[in-house]
Design a protein around this ligand. Structure first.
Ligand SMILES: [Zn+2]
Length: 317
């Protein structure tokens, strides 16, 4: 109750900040209301960046350029669904990946996400729907995303926009090993392996699981829990990964699962873990981050080739 009251009190003051931001970036100002008020003050310390991987439309973008960038983001996101499915990191027709792109009509941005009911292997650029982050309405494509896709992703994207974060992609998945980690009383990702250090001091933890995240207030609470980190480990649930591009979000998702796999396997031995000290973890983390953008792009492009080279399924033989 205290949290809800606090949101109500803080919300109206921050809405003007979002409206100002959206106007300055070629988008439409958001309407005030319960959803916008809860999104308005989240992710308060996300690092800002001048990276070129963001897709905030400039007022000077032509409609033709918006359409081109929208299509590019669609193809990237559709590939991410298929690549993660290839690795067995999907969850039936559930879980969701999203990214922002210039709207095809040239006014502001949309959040791209898949409509509920498709298998991830079926997701294509044209099957994605575009969601207006002003009122969560579907403005591109047909179909309806799952309720939790709207409540989680819209709130997180709004929070990212509000804080000027460079993150434009949000992945929510239940990979087996990191989900197993989320079920432990202490779900901390331990710095016990080189891959683990990719996430040194960049994981937030939400241990207050309270059922399906199918309301905007729960989505806002989840966004708040990120607290400026790139990744949220959701207790008894899964993970939320943000990235400066679809490729970056994919790379983080893949390697976070690998780090969790190593940890779970090492813990299952029953032997004591050898933890890296903070200095070693920090130095290794910085070295890995120096090439993170390039590595993410190279790995994602490689996986797109793998998917393209797969033989089409044949159900009739
Ligand atoms: Zn989930």
């Amino acid at each position: 109750m205290f949290f809800k009251n606090a949101l109500f009190c803080l919300g109206q003051r921050r809405i003007s900040t979002i409206n100002k931001y959206m106007k300055n970036n070629g988008g439409r100002p958001r309407k005030s209301g319960p959803t916008s008020s809860t999104a308005a003050r989240l992710l308060t310390s996300h690092t800002t960046s001048t990276t070129t991987t963001t897709t905030r439309p400039s007022p000077s973008l032509t409609v033709t350029e918006c359409i081109r960038q929208n299509q590019h983001q669609r193809e990237e996101l559709a590939a991410a669904y298929q690549v993660l499915q290839h690795f067995g990191l999907s969850e039936g027709i559930h879980n969701h990946l999203s990214t922002r792109a210039p709207a095809r009509n040239g006014t502001g941005e949309v959040m791209l996400v898949f409509p509920f009911g498709l298998h991830w292997s079926e997701v294509t650029a044209s099957s994605l729907v575009g969601v207006d982050l002003e009122d969560d309405s579907i403005v591109e494509g047909s179909g309806q995303p799952e309720a939790t896709a709207i409540s989680i992703h819209c709130e997180v994207h709004r929070a990212l926009l509000q804080t000027g974060s460079s993150m434009n992609s949000v992945f929510h998945v239940h990979p087996p090993y990191v989900s197993a980690l989320s079920c432990l009383k202490d779900p901390t990702l331990r710095m016990i392996h080189q891959t683990s250090t990719m996430f040194f001091k960049d994981v937030a933890y939400d241990t207050a699981y309270d059922g399906l995240a199918n309301t905007s207030s729960e989505g806002a609470r989840i966004a708040k829990q990120m607290g400026g980190k790139s990744i949220l480990l959701m207790g008894n649930h899964g993970i939320l990964v943000t990235g400066k591009s679809v490729a970056c979000a994919f790379n983080s998702t893949f390697y976070l699962e690998r780090a969790a796999m190593v940890q779970i396997l090492a813990m299952s031995s029953g032997e004591e873990l050898v933890e890296l000290d903070d200095e070693t973890s920090s130095v290794t983390h910085k070295a890995l981050m120096n090439t993170f953008l390039q590595d993410s792009k190279l790995y994602f492009e490689a996986m797109k080739r793998v998917i393209k080279n797969k033989k089409p399924p044949n159900f009739t033989e």
